[in-house]
Design a protein around this ligand. Structure first.
Ligand SMILES: Cc1ncc(COP(=O)(O)O)c(C=O)c1O
Length: 438
C-alpha cells in the first residue's frame, strides 16, 4: 500500500530564516552558524579550484609572495600595489582537472580520506572502492539511500520529534512512515525512547529505521543499551538501519557516539550518512557521504549519479583536507558548543522555558508553556511573536512532529551562532520577562 503523495512544501526551518532576515531578528532557527568555516579546508578548496591539478596545488602550498613576485618579473613596490585578484590569476595551471566533472561517486583520494577518518574514531574502515559514495550533503545522501533501497509502499520508522527532511523525503519516495515518539522526562533530565512503541512499529512490516544520534532537535544521544535494543529489532525483523551521524563530534559530558555498523549482526544492514556541514561550519559546501554494505553501494551510486552526478570537485579536495586533520581537531569541537549550550540553557530557564539540556548536537528544544507572554499561543504564533516583538527567530515545535500534540508546547532554538550573537539573542529574550500574557 502506498501513501498519498503530497507535493513537497517549503521547509518551515528555512521559512523561519527568511522571516528572521525580513524582521532583522537574531536567527536561532536554522542550524546556520556565523562562525568561520575551517580554514585548512577553505584553503584546500581554493587551491584546488585555482591550481586545477595536484601538482599545482602542491606548489601553491609552499609558494611565497617573493616567489610570485620573481616569477611575474615585477618590481617589489609595484607588486605590493597590485590587486590580489590579478596576482592570483597568474597561478592557474595550464591543464585543469579539479574544475571539471570527476567520478560521480567521489574522488578516490576523498574516499580514502573518509575511510581513514572513520577508522580513527570507530573500529570500522569502510572500503573506499565499494562502500563509500560522496554526495551533495547528508540531504542528498538520504535521498539516494531511500530511493535506492526502499520501494514505494515500504514502511519506514521515524522517531519524532524529527528532522523535517525524513518525513518529506519519505513522502517524495512514496514510503509509509511510522512515527515513534521520544518523550521528555523532565525530572530525569533526558529524552526517552518508548521501547514497546518501537517494538510494535518494527513488527509492522517495515523496511528500515532512520536513527539520528546525537539528535536534532532534542539533543538526545542514544545510549549503548538503547542502540543494542534497536539493533536487536533490526536483526529480528530484517530491517535496514539508516543512521544520520552529522553531529557525531558534538557531544557533552561523558556521552559517547557509537558506530552501529560495529554491533553484532549490523555490518550488513547499517547505512551511515554523514557530512562536513556541521563539523566544519560549512553547510553551504554541500559535501557529504554514505557508507553502505557493498551490495547496496551500486544502487545508491546509481541514484546519486542520476540526481546530481557528483559533489563539486574542488570542494571535495577541501573536504579531503578537512578529514585528514588530526583527531585532536575533532575532539576539540565540543567545548565551545558546551559554552554556548550553557549560556542559552541558563538564559531560557531564567525566563521560564523548561529545557532539558542537550547531551549532543546544537539545539535546544524548549517547552514555552510557562513563559507568561507565550503560554497561550500556538507554536507558530509564539515563534512569530518572538520574531516580530522580541527579535529572535526559533522554529515552532509542531514542525518536528507528525502525530499527537506533544510538539505544540515547544520551540527549537539553535545555539551554533557566535557567543556574541547568542548574547544579543538572550538580551532580547530577557524582554519576555516584562511582557504581559497574550
Ligand atoms: C539531523 C540532520 N540531518 C541532516 C541535515 C542536513 O545535512 P546536510 O547539510 O549535510 O545536507 C541536518 C541539518 O541541519 C540535520 O540537522
Amino acid at each position: 500500500m502506498t501513501t498519498q503523495y503530497q507535493p513537497p512544501q517549503e521547509s518551515v526551518i528555512r521559512l523561519m530564516t527568511r522571516l528572521a532576515l525580513q524582521h532583522d531578528a537574531v536567527n536561532l532557527s536554522q542550524g546556520i552558524t556565523d562562525e568561520p568555516a575551517v580554514y585548512e579546508m577553505i584553503w584546500a578548496g581554493l587551491a584546488a579550484s585555482l591550481g586545477g591539478t595536484d601538482a599545482r596545488m602542491d606548489r601553491l602550498e609552499t609558494l611565497t609572495l617573493k616567489d610570485i613576485c620573481d616569477a611575474q618579473g615585477s618590481d617589489p613596490e609595484a607588486f605590493l600595489n597590485r590587486p590580489l585578484k590579478n596576482i592570483l590569476a597568474g597561478l592557474q595551471d595550464e591543464s585543469d582537472r579539479f574544475n571539471q566533472y570527476s567520478f560521480p561517486f567521489g574522488l578516490p583520494e576523498l574516499r580514502e580520506a573518509i575511510a581513514d577518518y572513520t577508522h580513527q574514531f570507530y573500529d570500522y574502515r569502510p572500503d573506499p572502492d565499494d562502500q563509500i559514495t560522496v554526495t551533495a550533503g547528508a540531504t542528498e545522501a538520504l535521498s539516494s539511500v531511500l530511493r535506492a533501497l526502499c520501494a514505494p509502499g515500504d514502511g519506514l520508522i521515524i522517531f519524532q520529534p524529527f528532522h523535517e527532511m525524513y518525513p518529506s523525503q519519505a513522502n517524495l519516495f512514496g514510503l509509509r512512515p511510522t512515527y515513534v515518539t521520544l518523550k521528555e522526562n523532565h525530572s530525569a533530565g533526558r529524552w526517552e525512547m518508548d521501547r514497546d512503541e518501537l517494538k510494535g512499529a518494527a513488527a509492522n512490516n517495515c523496511r528500515a529505521i532512520i536513527l539520528n544520534s546525537p539528535h536534532n532537535p532534542t539533543g538526545k544521544v542514544f545510549s549503548k543499551d538503547e542502540l543494542e535494543f534497536i539493533s536487536s529489532l533490526c536483526i529480528e525483523h530484517d530491517l535496514l538501519l539508516i543512521t544520520d551521524e552529522i553531529y557525531e563530534h558534538i557531544l557533552y559530558g561523558d556521552h559517547t557516539h557509537y558506530c552501529m555498523a560495529t554491533f553484532d549482526g549490523m555490518a550488513e544492514r547499517t547505512i551511515i550518512i554523514n557530512s562536513i556541514s556541521k563539523t566544519a561550519n560549512a553547510s553551504g559546501w554541500r559535501v557529504g557521504w554514505v557508507l553502505s554494505p557493498p551490495e547496496f553501494t551500486q544502487p545508491i551510486r546509481g541514484v546519486h549519479d542520476t540526481l546530481v552526478v557528483q559533489a563539486p570537485t574542488p570542494l571535495q579536495k577541501g573536504a579531503e583536507r578537512l578529514l585528514r586533520l588530526d583527531k585532536t581537531f575533532y575532539r576539540n569541537i565540543h567545548p565551545l558548543f558546551q559554552q554556548k549550550r550553557d549560556a542559552l540553557v541558563t538564559a531560557l530557564q531564567s525566563i521560564g522555558f523548561q529545557a532539558t539540556p542537550p547531551d549532543g548536537s546544537y539545539y535546544l528544544f524548549a517547552n514555552y508553556r510557562n513563559v507568561p507572554a507565550l503560554k497561550d499561543l500556538a507554536p507558530m504564533d509564539a515563534a512569530m511573536y518572538l520574531i516580530q516583538e522580541i527579535g529572535v527567530a526559533s522554529v515552532p515545535g509542531d514542525n518536528f512532529y507528525n502525530k499527537g500534540d506533544d510538539g505544540n508546547n515547544y520551540l527549537r532554538f539553535s545555539f551554533c551562532r557566535r557567543l556574541q550573537t547568542l548574547e544579543e539573542a538572550t538580551k532580547r529574550l530577557r524582554m519576555l520577562d516584562h511582557e504581559a500574557p497574550h
